[in-house]
Structures are given as structure tokens and as C-alpha cells.
Design a binder for this molecule. Sequence first.
Ligand code: KG4
Ligand code: ZN
Length: 340
Amino acid sequence: MNGNTDILAIETSCDETAAAVVRNGREVLSNVIYSQISMHTLYGGVVPELASRKHIEKINAVIRGALSEAGTTLDEIDAVAVTYGPGLVGALLVGTSEAKALAWAARKPLIGVNHIEGHICANYIEHPELRPPYLGLVVSGGHTHLLIVRDWTEFEIIGRTVDDAAGEAFDKVARAVGLGYPGGPKIDAAARSGSPDAIVFPRAKVNSSKYDFSFSGIKSAVLNYLNHAQMTGEEVCTADLAASFQKAVVDVLCSHTAEAAKEFGIREVAMAGGVSANSALRAEMERVCRENGLHLSVPSPVYCTDNAAMIGVAAWHEYQNGRFAGWDLNAVPGLRLGER
Ligand code: KG4
Ligand code: ZN
């Protein structure tokens, strides 16, 4: 024992097979990610059955890589953590089964981690000064949540999407304009040479709660624009369309965040999830926060998209609270934030 707590974390909730070793919940000793993107690109999106099979094929090598890069062994680590939801059930089952087998064989405690909580915790890796309470914006392929992080493991959701997640909208629009999968990075790149003011797409209004989001309206407006152009034989400028769509999404995310910070009197803001890797969102959120006297934390892009280091960070809070999982830990595809 060296006084440190080293956690081996495993993440297989979607299309990245990932493992990491994280020391004391903050220091990333290794972060290995095998991305399945090239395989799913052939089908224009994630094929769940193929994702599970690929996880099985890669997981042992990824874990071995994470341990050796960290210069440690299974014997030396203090706990095994794994994402148990939300996500694709077959994909989650590969990670949870592997984690249970390893923890059992090595006689280590097992920790179950909520994937969304992991995304939020990614911020602590490079922003150790960040501490609750703060306002969090989680924007990923499956989730869009505006929330107040009350304490390390206590979350109050004040707004969520009523239809598509922000990343889902990026992926669907990219597919419609022929940019392919994964849509987010492709739109981000195409938008760099386009004008965000070329086409005005609607900013969705939602009746349920003033902090809720809706992205299906913007997506439909893009599809209508494309259909209309096709019927009238007008040429579509993909760069302009990408930049204008991106601006519509970014505007809504930033204005909701700034309004909530004002209403709840919170000056600390953190973004997380795959879409927070978006260059326009990072720049605009930075600008809006500066203008409103707010301090913003955003992880480096590698910690925005799925990775296991963020799972190791979230697991450390559970470890400190003595909250360990039993050998009956199961995959929970619809796991909610804050649910145990
Ligand atoms: O967090 P994540 O890796 O997985 C989920 O938990 O869903 O997020 C993936 C999502 C995808 O929809 C992807 O298109 C989007 O994040 N994304 C981006 C960018 N990079 C990834 N969206 C916009 N701009 C990006 N640069
Ligand atoms: Zn994710």
C-alpha cells in the first residue's frame, strides 16, 4: 500500500471499448480507448449487436493496455469500476460481466458507475479547483441535461430534452446532408468554412419547463430546407447549412445555461459529454460565460467523448462513500442520473 487509491475503470456503454487507471479520483495514470467508429461508419450509425461483439473481442487487450500503461497490475489496484448504465444493454453487459469477473478473481471491491455522472466528473481531471455547487450542462449522443450539481454525487435536473438529444440531432442532420457518421465532428469540421448566419433555423420553444430543450424542430427544419432545395433544383452549400444548424443548437444551449445561472445565482458552470467537444459550442459558451461573469470548465475533447478515465473519477466518490456493488450488479440501460 502506498497511500494512494488506484481504480481500474471500464467503459463499454456504446461504441468505445475503454479502460483507465485513475489515482485518487483525479490523476489519470492511463486512458486507453478502442474506438469502433470505423466499423459502425459502414452502417451509418451504431449497430448494437456489432458493438457488443466488438467489445468482447477488444476488452481484454484494452484492460491489459490500461494496466501496463499505468505501470500497475490487477493485484495492486484498489477497486474495479464499471459503467452499468445508461447505454446499450448488450454493450453494458460486456463491461459489467468483465468487471465482476476481474474483481471476483482478484478479490477487489466492485463499483458501479452511472455514465452521465461519469461525463460530469470528467471535468475534475483538468479542473481540480471545480467543486459543487455548480451548474452542469451534459450534452451527449443520448442525453441533454441542464442540472445543478449540489454535491459530489447529488444532482438536480432543471432542464432536459423533450425529444432528440443534442448529439442525436447532429448525427441525424449530418446523415441527411451526406456527411456520414459520426455526425458531430463532421458538422463541426464542415461548419468552419460556412456562414452561421446564411440560413435561419428556428430556436425551439418548449412549454414544459423553461430550461427544457427540443432539437427535433431544428432537425425537421433542416430536412425541409433540403427537400425544398431538391425540388427547386437549388444547390445546397453544406458548409453554410452545417454552420447555421450548429449555431441554432449552440444558441439554445448557451442561452438556457446563462439564464439558469442567473436565476439560481450560480457563478460556476461546467460542460460535459461528446457534444461539448464541439468547437463552436466551446467558443460561444466561453463568450457567454465571460459576458455574464461566470467561470466555465470544459474537459479536453478526449475527456468529452466516451472514455473510462471519467468513470474512474466518478467511482472514487463512491469509493470514498463506501458504496460498493454486489456480485449481482446488472446492466441498467435506462439508468437515470442520481439513481442507484
Ligand atoms: O458522450 P458521447 O461520446 O457518447 C454518449 O454518451 O452519447 O457523445 C457522442 C455524441 C455523438 O452524437 C457525436 O456526434 C457527438 O457526441 N459529438 C460531437 C462532436 N464530437 C462528438 N458533436 C458536435 N461536435 C463535435 N465536435
Ligand atoms: Zn457518453
